[in-house]
Design a protein around this ligand. Sequence first.
Ligand code: MBD
Ligand code: FE
Length: 311
Amino acid sequence: MSAQVFDSKEVHSLLMAAANLNGGSGNARLQQIVHRLLRDLFMAIDDLDITPDEIWSGVNYLNKLGQDGEAALLAAGLGLEKYLDIRMDAEDKAVGLEGGTPRTIEGPLYVAGAPVREVVSAIAIDPDEDAGPLVIHGTVTDMAGKPLAGALVECWHANSKGFYSHFDPTGAQSDFNLRGAVRTGADGRYEFRTLMPVGYGCPPHGATQQLLDRLGRHGNRPAHVHFFVTAENSRKLTTQFNIEGDPLTWDDFAYATREELVPPVVEKTGGTTLGLKGDTYKTIEFNITLTPLVQGKDNQIVNRLRKAAAA
Ligand code: MBD
Ligand code: FE
């Protein structure tokens, strides 16, 4: 082990100055966070004897991460987004808020602005030869089991190549393909007529996959469908379900799988009368229970930069 300099007056003043801690101007919260993170980094450099070459390789990596637009993807892959869920779950438990459909991470691929329909929406705009028809349906209720009328159920998922519209590297998909939003009726029911998704894989030449490779990890997700569910007097739910039987169910690079979020896939016939592309189709019932407001408000609204487009 070479130099140990962290615990010195010089380094402590350097940290205070760099974060402008107690500086009298600037954002106090940001100063506190920057000071703490820098301090932990400096300490790690000392403890692990991180070399200048390693530091510059890391700095360079951040440039590539930004160029590739993958910071939020890396946050999912490193378990940072899952960690925020673990903390929110614990927060709920501490105030006695248990039950309700479990949350799981949003991920970086939501796009606001999908057309809102009443109760049912057919969201597969583009043909997809390799994907079979899928009907997703269920009821939105409160914790007492009362159906919630007028709840907004938003859903988004990948096509048979694991690509999402608006983020498809092949440019093959129309805007809002496989993305939709419906309002529940008086009975709380919703339904999406769509096509079976396949799991997502990180861009093979992107910064996220580059790091995962060097960690000896893969960058794949099992097939899944994302949801935002909002209703008056309830907290917004951010969740997903996985497609039952996917081999990566318990090997998700983004750690989003939860036992309660792997509903059974049931095969049915009669799809042509529903306007599906085949008579045999798969259906998944996904019932959603929302949690109540905490002291009159949604205490866990997450603000993050999200793409928005006009439908
Ligand atoms: C996805 O589809 C996703 O859901 C997450 C969390 C990360 C990358 C792609
Ligand atoms: Fe996803």
